[in-house]
Unconditional design. Sequence first.
Length: 197
Amino acid sequence: QLIRRHISNIEPLFVRYARSYLAEHAPDGWEASVVTVERALKEGKGKPRELQGRANGTVALLLYIQQQEIYDPVLDGLITAVRYDRTYFDKIVSSLGPLLEKLTTGRIGELISPNYEDIGDDRPLLDWKTAIRQGATVYIGLDCLSDAVVGGAVGASMFADLTSVAGDLYKHGLDHGLPNIGLPATRMRVRIHGDEF
């Protein structure tokens, strides 16, 4: 429900994340700069046409971030979503709702996002780096012939996560973050077979 709430109304999420990010990373005085931009917007100066339906505070934050050339991948994604024309964004999101419903409820929801605090759940948690370190074989039955939408979404998410891990391994190696005990760095071969994807 929280995901659905945020995708249908992205503006408050952007404002919360932007303020949190700026509080941690921006130079002192950023809030005063944002207020100055907001005052100019209230006087009718400088509001981009595609942001006419957005609150002045939101637009001021967005413009400040762009003026300061601040980059954070999450912030960048939220800015892109906020910049979309609201009706166009709503059309995009309307098809996402039913898919999220399928992915976050029932048995699939339990598999994709388990409750990590449930001590009664003895299923092992999958972590790509651990699986690669152990030389494990991972089988994921996507069953795309039965439900192509869910299977495709789970498969795409899984492969995106695996690609991200592969990039990290390429940059830093498999032992990155582990204590150095004098052994040579290990290199593992990863083989992938995607079926019904």
